[in-house]
Design a protein around this ligand. Sequence first.
Ligand code: PEP
Ligand code: MG
Length: 367
Amino acid sequence: EPQLSGDFATLMEWADKVRRLKVRTNAETPLDADTARKFGAEGIGLCRTEHMFFDPARIGAVRQMIMSETESGRREALSRLLPFQRQDFSELFRIMAGLPVTIRLLDPPLHEFLPHGETEIAEVAASLGADVATMQRRAAELSEANPMLGHRGCRLGISYPEIYEMQARAIFEAAVQIAKETGKAPVPEIMIPLVAMRRELEITRAQVDKVAQEVFAESGHHVEYYVGTMIELPRAALTADKIAEVGDFFSFGTNDLTQTVFGLSRDDAGKFLPLYVEKGILPKDPFVSLDPDGVGALVKIAKEKGRAVKPDLKLGICGEHGGDPASIHFCEEAGLDYVSCSPYRVPVARLAAAQAALHSGGGDRTA
Ligand code: PEP
Ligand code: MG
C-alpha cells in the first residue's frame, strides 16, 4: 500500500508550501490513479486511452472497428466499446474527486491494433462476416512503413470521426453520471493528440462539442469541460498562436517532440544514443532529460505565441520529462503551470518543483 508517512510526508508538506508548479500524474488505470493520489498528485495530466483498448475483453471489438471497411461496421464495434469506456472514465473521475482529469483521445500507432497471424485474421473475418482474403488485403492496406509517424493521433480521429465521437460520448455520459450521483460535476479536459495544423484541432473539437451538446440534451445535465491539444510536433509549437485560438489548453508531449526535433525514432534511439552521450555529442539522453536548446526552445515559442492569444492558457508537460528533476527546473523557468509524470515519480516531482521554485527565486523561503 503506497502511502507517504513520517519525515518523508513532512518533507513533502514543506515542498508543497514552496512550489509553484502543480504536479499531476499520467494514469489510465484506477490503481495508478489511486496510487498517484496517495503520493500527492493534483490531477491526471495524461490518460492514454489507447492503453484501455488492449484488454482481452475489448481487443476483438477494437480490431473489428479498425478492420471494418464500412462506417456502419465501425459503429457497431464502437457501440460495444462505449460501455467499457464510460466505466473507465467514471472510475477515474470518482478517484480524482473533482481534481482535473485530462483524457487524451485515441492515439495508437495503428499497427498495434492490426490483427497478426492466421488466427487473429480468421477471428476478425468471422466477427465482420468477411472472408479471410479480404481481411488480409485490408490488413496489408492499413500497415505502415513508419507507424509512429503515420496514421495515429488526430489523423485517426479525422479519418474515423466515429471513434472520437464514441470516446467523447463515454466521457460526457460518465461526467453527467458522477454529477448526478455526487452533486459535484467533474470537469473533463479532453485532449487531442498529434495536432500539427490548427484545422485538425478545429475539426476534432467540433466533433467533441457536438457530442457534448447531444449528451447534455439527452440527460438534461450540463457539465463544464475543456478541449485542448498536445503540442508534440514542431509545427504545432511554431503555429501555437493559431492553435491557441481553437484550444483551451496545451500539454507538451515531449516524447514525440524529442523524436521529431532530433529526427530520431523513439523506438530506435537506444541503439546509438549511449554512444553519443559517451562521446559528449549530447550531454544526456534527450528522451529522459529535456533538451533545452531544441525541444526547450520550441516549448518557449509555443508558450509565448499561445499566451499572446490567450493570456491564461493553461500549459503543462506530460512527456517522460515531467518526472525528471532537471527537466522540471526547465518547466519552472519556462513558466508552465504543471508537470505530469508516472505515479511513482510524483513525490520526486513535488520536491524538484520546490527546489526549482527556490532556485528561480520564486518560492517562499520562509514557508
Ligand atoms: C509524448 O509524446 O510526449 C506523450 C506524452 O505522448 P505519448 O508518449 O503517448 O506519445
Ligand atoms: Mg505523443
